[in-house]
Design a protein around this ligand. Structure first.
Ligand SMILES: [Zn+2]
Length: 290
């Protein structure tokens, strides 16, 4: 009897299917090692921007589409690369910002580089106000875009797209609740911009651990979306991540339009960018009205 029971016990153990591994964190804005949220947000934004460019200018496929398996560490899409290299910089990014101490820890914790991730810059005795921070984040988006146009002007589309990817990263980070707080349901108005590395009174703070509901993740936390690691549809994006898609698509649309119409001068680029960042009349615009 005992032996029979042991045999039964062992076979039932062996026949048991292995426990399915449930990963709760399958894409946050900044973790970015394998499949970060930026790739998915950019993937949806490209589809929307291409549709806008096609309907207005009859020009199909301005941006190369991104597969749902595309990832910043092994991509040949310059838009994804520039986006990814914002968190994991290469020589181009370090040179652009005049960085001497080139290690990841310093890059992410440098108080005067927080705007690059849509957070608040500070120094020893001073913290940016919400208004200053929003203005200088917008300034960083414009600066990166002008860098892109210095390449577009010379017919170097791929090189230019790297910097458009970098600017897209700044835009997208501003929708992560670990970086900035936007007012729902439109997420157009920025209510607070957080600090990283040092906490300040009555300013939100980017924690170093993941907070499932409020934090950095892009996917909804529900049975369908969270427990199925293969579910990567637009409807599974958290509402603020969907807003990040819209904002990126509006920005990419303007860039595509400027390139299509060969408007390469700094003045024209700045004027059109301000329109999409600040104004409602541009499709999917007005996410940086500050
Ligand atoms: Zn970032």
């Amino acid at each position: 009897m005992k032996i029979y029971f042991l045999f039964f016990f062992l076979t039932s153990c062996l026949m048991k299917p292995p426990l399915k591994e449930v990963k709760s964190n399958k894409g946050s804005w900044t973790s970015g090692i394998f499949f970060s949220g930026h790739e998915h947000i950019t993937r949806f934004a490209i589809i929307k921007a291409n549709a806008l460019i096609k309907s207005k200018h009859g020009l199909p496929g301005f941006y190369s589409e991104v597969s749902e398996w595309d990832s910043g560490w092994r991509t040949d899409n310059p838009l994804i690369e520039g986006n990814f290299k914002t968190d994991f910089p290469d020589r181009r990014i370090y040179d652009f910002y005049g960085v001497k101490k080139r290690d990841l820890r310093s890059w992410h914790s440098e108080p005067s580089f927080q705007n690059i991730h849509s957070m608040r810059n500070y120094s020893d005795g001073y913290t940016q106000t919400l208004f200053e921070s929003c203005q200088s984040i917008k300034g960083s988006i414009i600066k990166a875009t002008l860098k892109a146009f210095s390449f577009f002007r010379k017919g170097q589309k791929e090189e230019g797209l790297f910097w458009i990817g970098h600017a897209s990263h700044i835009i997208q980070d501003s929708f992560s609740r670990a970086h900035a707080l936007r007012r729902s349901p439109s997420f157009k108005e920025i209510e607070d911009i957080c600090t990283y590395g040092k906490k300040f009174e009555s300013i939100c703070f980017h924690k170093n651990y993941e907070d499932i509901i409020h934090g950095d993740r892009i996917w909804k936390v529900d049975l369908n979306c969270n427990l199925n690691p293969l579910e990567k549809s637009y409807s599974c994006l958290k509402p603020e991540a969907q807003a990040a898609v819209l904002a990126t698509s509006g920005y990419l649309f303007i860039v595509g339009e400027l390139v299509k119409e060969k408007k390469f001068s700094e003045l024209e680029v700045k004027r059109e960018l301000k329109k999409v960042l600040e104004g409602e009349e541009s499709p999917n615009g007005a996410y940086f009205e500050c």
